[in-house]
Design a binder for this molecule. Structure first.
Ligand SMILES: Cc1cc2nc3c(=O)[nH]c(=O)nc-3n(C[C@H](O)[C@H](O)[C@H](O)COP(=O)(O)OP(=O)(O)OC[C@H]3O[C@@H](n4cnc5c(N)ncnc54)[C@H](O)[C@@H]3O)c2cc1C
Length: 398
C-alpha cells in the first residue's frame, strides 16, 4: 500500500518540482487592485459599451496608467515584467468582468503583439514599438487567418515580395481582434522562402480595415477584415527572419492560448459569483432558490470546473515560468477552461431564469463570449489534435 501511494507522488515531484497553491503577496495585491478597479470603473459602464458595440478606449487608457497593458513585458520597455502566473491572474480578473477587454488587451495586444515583438523583433523594433504599446499610445493586432484559411495556417494565400527597399503585400485577413482600432498590425504573408511576418502601421497606403458586423459576442471588442493591396512597407518592417513567420505565429498563438485559458477561468468565476448572489437573493416557493438541492448542484459543478480550469492554467504557467516545454499543458488548459466557461455560462443562464436570458445579468454575455473562445486561438478540435498527437508521439505534420 505504501509503495502504491508513493509512486505517483515521485512522478509529480519529478515533473513539477514542488506544488505551491498559494499566490504570492504581490500577486494577491495585483489581483485585488484589478478587482477594485474593475468593480469601480468597468462594471458600471461595460454593459453600455457592449450594447453600443463600442471599444472602451477610456477604460483601456486607465488600464494603461495602471500598468495593465504590458504585464509580462520587461520594465525597460515599459511593461511590468511579471511572471506567467501573474499574467494569468491579470487575464482572469479582466475576463471575469469583460471578455471583450480580455481578448483585446491581455490576449491580442499583449500575448500576440507585444510578445511577438519582444521575442522576435530586433532591438530597434522593441525600442520603437514596445513603450508605445505598453503605454497604450498604440494598440496592436495580429493577423494570420484569411477567408479561405483558418486552422490550416500553413496554407495562407497573402503574398509579400521584395521590391528594392520595400516589401509589397497583397491579401486579405479576417476575424482580426482589434483590427479596426489597431495602430500596428503584425501580418503574415507568403514569401519565396515560406511564411514571413511583417509589421504594418495604420495609415500605410494600400492597407485598409473594415469592422465585421453581426459577431455573436465580445461586442465591445472589434473583429475586422484587413485588406492589403500593393501595400508597401519599408524593408526593415520584417519581423524576425524571412520564412520564419509560421513559427512566430505558432509561438505567439500558444501564449495567447494560455491567456485565453486564464480569461475563460475568469468567465467561469464570474458565473459562479453571479449565481451565488442570485441564488441567495431570488426567492421562489417562499425560499431562496439556493436552498434547493438542484440549484446547489448546478453551482457545485460550476465551482469544481472553475477551480480545475484555474489549476490547469497555473500548471501551464508554472512550466512557462521555468522555460519547460508546455505546449500540451497549454492546450489542455485552453481546451478545458474554454469548455468549462461555456458550460458554466449555459448553466448560469438556466439558474437566472428569464433574467439570465437578457443583459440584465452578465451571464448571457459570458455565454456569447465563451463561444468565441472555443474557436479563437485554435479551435478546441485543434487543441485535441495537439494533445492527442503529443500523447501518442505523432509529429504534427503527419
Ligand atoms: C472571437 C474571435 C477572434 C479571433 N481573432 C483572431 C485574430 O486576432 N487573428 C487571427 O488571425 N484570427 C483570429 N480569429 C480567427 C480564428 O483564429 C479562426 O476562426 C480559427 O483558427 C478557426 O479557423 P476557421 O474559423 O477558419 O475554421 P476552420 O479552420 O474552417 O474550421 C471549421 C471547423 O472544422 C474543424 N476542423 C478544421 N480542421 C480540422 C482538423 N484537422 N481536424 C478536426 N477538425 C478540424 C474546426 O475545429 C472547426 O470546427 C478569431 C476568431 C474568433 C471567433
Amino acid at each position: 500500500m505504501q509503495g502504491l501511494l508513493t509512486i505517483p507522488r515521485i512522478e509529480v515531484l519529478w515533473r513539477y518540482e514542488v506544488i505551491d497553491f498559494e499566490l504570492t503577496e504581490e500577486q494577491t495585491m495585483l489581483r485585488n487592485m484589478i478587482r477594485e478597479f474593475a468593480e469601480r470603473e468597468v462594471i458600471p459602464v461595460i454593459r453600455n459599451y457592449e450594447r453600443q458595440f463600442q471599444f472602451p478606449f477610456e477604460i483601456v487608457a486607465r488600464m494603461a496608467s495602471l500598468g495593465m497593458l504590458g504585464g509580462p513585458i520587461p520594465q525597460q520597455y515599459g511593461g511590468m515584467g511579471v511572471d506567467w502566473i501573474t499574467h494569468a491572474v491579470i487575464s482572469e480578473e479582466i475576463g471575469r468582468i469583460s471578455f471583450s477587454l480580455c481578448i483585446a488587451i491581455p490576449i491580442a495586444h499583449t500575448s500576440l503583439v507585444e510578445m511577438s515583438i519582444l521575442n522576435w523583433g530586433n532591438e530597434e523594433q522593441r525600442q520603437s514599438y514596445l513603450p508605445r504599446l505598453t503605454r497604450g499610445e498604440m494598440i496592436g493586432c495580429f493577423a494570420t487567418v484569411e477567408p479561405n484559411v483558418g486552422s490550416d495556417g500553413v496554407a495562407i494565400e497573402a503574398r509579400a515580395e521584395l521590391d528594392g527597399d520595400q516589401w509589397v503585400l497583397d491579401g486579405t485577413k479576417i476575424w482580426i481582434t482589434n483590427g479596426s482600432i489597431a495602430d500596428l498590425a503584425i501580418i503574415t504573408a507568403r514569401t519565396e522562402e515560406g511564411i514571413t511576418a511583417f509589421l504594418v502601421e495604420k495609415g500605410t497606403p494600400g492597407f485598409s480595415v473594415t469592422r465585421i458586423e453581426g459577431v455573436m459576442g465580445i461586442h465591445s471588442a472589434s473583429e475586422s477584415e484587413l485588406n492589403l493591396t500593393q501595400c508597401r512597407i519599408p524593408r526593415q518592417n520584417l519581423l524576425g527572419k524571412v520564412g520564419k513567420g509560421f513559427h512566430i505565429a505558432l509561438s505567439s498563438i500558444s501564449i495567447a492560448r494560455y491567456s485565453i485559458a486564464a480569461g475563460c477561468t475568469g468567465i467561469a468565476q464570474g458565473c459562479v459569483d453571479a449565481c451565488v448572489k442570485y441564488a441567495q437573493e431570488r426567492y421562489q416557493f417562499g425560499k431562496p432558490i439556493g436552498s434547493f438541492q438542484l440549484v446547489q448542484g448546478i453551482i457545485a459543478d460550476m465551482v469544481v470546473e472553475t477551480e480545475a480550469a484555474r489549476f490547469l492554467t497555473y500548471r501551464a504557467g508554472y512550466l512557462k515560468d521555468r522555460d519547460l516545454p508546455n505546449a500540451r499543458e497549454t492546450s489542455i488548459a485552453k481546451y478545458y477552461a474554454t469548455e468549462a466557461a461555456l458550460r458554466a455560462s449555459t448553466n448560469a443562464i438556466r439558474l437566472h431564469g428569464a433574467y439570465g436570458y437578457s443583459d440584465a445579468s452578465p451571464v448571457e454575455r459570458y455565454h456569447r463570449d465563451a463561444m468565441g473562445a472555443i474557436i479563437f486561438g485554435g479551435t478546441n478540435e485543434i487543441q485535441k489534435l495537439i494533445i492527442g498527437r503529443d500523447v501518442l508521439g505523432i509529429s504534427a505534420f503527419v
